[in-house]
Design a protein around this ligand. Structure first.
Ligand SMILES: NC(=O)c1ccc[n+]([C@@H]2O[C@H](COP(=O)([O-])OP(=O)(O)OC[C@H]3O[C@@H](n4cnc5c(N)ncnc54)[C@H](O)[C@@H]3O)[C@@H](O)[C@H]2O)c1
Length: 322
């Protein structure tokens, strides 16, 4: 009974039963209050327990679809999933390199398929999905990885560049999720992984549209979790948002790092390892390295100008590619 319903029942009951109703409702509220506290602390303890003793889901037999699998993080993630016994579906606009990813997986004894797909085009995504369902099966893990990163000041970005970045980095996530989520809901089984970035946690110079697109991915994923968690039929559908720091794929063309020993580029292999680990552990948000997620949360507690001093000291950014 909602609070407004409770108050209606007090006012309509003019006889002696109203006071016993009131006592009943007060007891119910106290019980609810105790339960909320118990649950709150239970979930904190559960979280700490699984941080210390992580449980990893087996991905053998799962069908994992990875966008942007022809190169970089996507390619390494495809290799990693295949090495764990998953069937991997590699999607990319670059047919030649995508075929090479699949060949490499097959030469190592893995199971993989390649499809050309321009994630800019919603129709393309839908048509390819039908083919995949007929030829490979139902996708149970979707890794939304494909992304681009033009890097210069906002006033130097063209409108076409900004639109394209949002089409690939954000809109494609919507179309892919709308395409693959329904089967996950039907089967109450699935996992959606999204590549955001540390640029989706901190605003960075020369990356204004890119940061905005990666913040959007964060918002999309967190609100999707919120939307689905209210229906118990979705209990076994999980979500993981990944925030990598700079990775050595060539996407960051001109990285500038003051303390390379402390803040070196992450290797593609390390990134892939971390993505698969976070997915298998069902971690909702994971930065690579993960200390950046804690740094982000901590930095929100302090005034902007105070944290600027620290970030200016650490100085890690990407120079303009123009
Ligand atoms: N490299 C980094 O430093 C870094 C850091 C944080 C986040 N990320 C994110 O990780 C993801 C992968 O980055 P990466 O460094 O491996 O990039 P990458 O350039 O090495 O690989 C991207 C892949 O996506 C494909 N792709 C691009 N446009 C496409 C389209 N329209 N349709 C289909 N495929 C398309 C490319 O062909 C390529 O194979 C991106 O979302 C990126 O924003 C990268």
């Amino acid at each position: 009974m909602t609070n407004s319903e409770k108050s209606v029942s007090y006012s309509t009951n003019g006889d002696g039963s109203s006071s016993s109703h009131q006592i009943y409702n007060v007891l119910l509220t106290i019980l609810e209050y105790i339960l909320i506290h118990l649950k709150f602390f239970y979930y904190i303890l559960e979280h700490i327990f699984f941080m210390i003793f992580p449980r990893e889901e087996d991905v053998k037999g799962e069908i994992v679809l990875i966008t942007g699998a022809a190169h970089g993080i996507g390619k390494q993630t495809a290799l990693k999933y295949a090495s764990l016994g998953a069937t991997v579906v590699c999607l990319d606009i670059n047919e030649k390199l995508n075929k090479e990813t699949v060949k490499e997986i097959q030469s190592r004894g893995g199971n993989a398929h390649h499809y050309v797909c321009d994630v800019l085009k919603r129709d393309d995504i839908i048509q390819v999905a039908e083919k995949i369902k007929n030829e490979v099966g139902t996708v149970s893990i979707l890794v939304n990885n494909a992304g681009i990163m033009p890097c210069h000041s906002l006033l130097q970005h063209t409108d076409g560049e900004i639109r394209k970045m949002f089409e690939i980095n954000v809109m494609a996530h919507f179309w892919l999720i709308q395409t693959y989520l329904p089967d996950m809901i039907t089967n109450n089984h699935g996992h959606i992984v999204a590549l955001s970035s540390c640029a989706g946690l901190f605003g960075l110079r020369n990356l204004v549209p890119y940061c905005a697109s990666k913040f959007a991915v964060k918002g999309l994923m967190l609100s999707l979790v919120e939307e689905l968690r209210h229906d118990p039929r979705n209990l076994n559908i999980k979500f993981t948002t990944i925030y990598p720091y700079m990775v050595d794929t060539g996407l960051c063309k001109r990285p500038k790092i003051k303390f390379p020993n402390f803040m070196r580029l992450v290797t593609q292999e390390e990134a892939a390892e971390a993505i698969v680990k976070a997915q298998r552990r069902g971690i909702e948000e994971f930065a690579i390295p993960n200390r950046f997620l804690y740094l982000h949360r901590l930095s929100r507690l302090f005034p902007r100008r105070a944290t600027d001093v620290l970030f200016d000291f650490m100085e890690a950014y990407v120079d303009s590619d123009l």
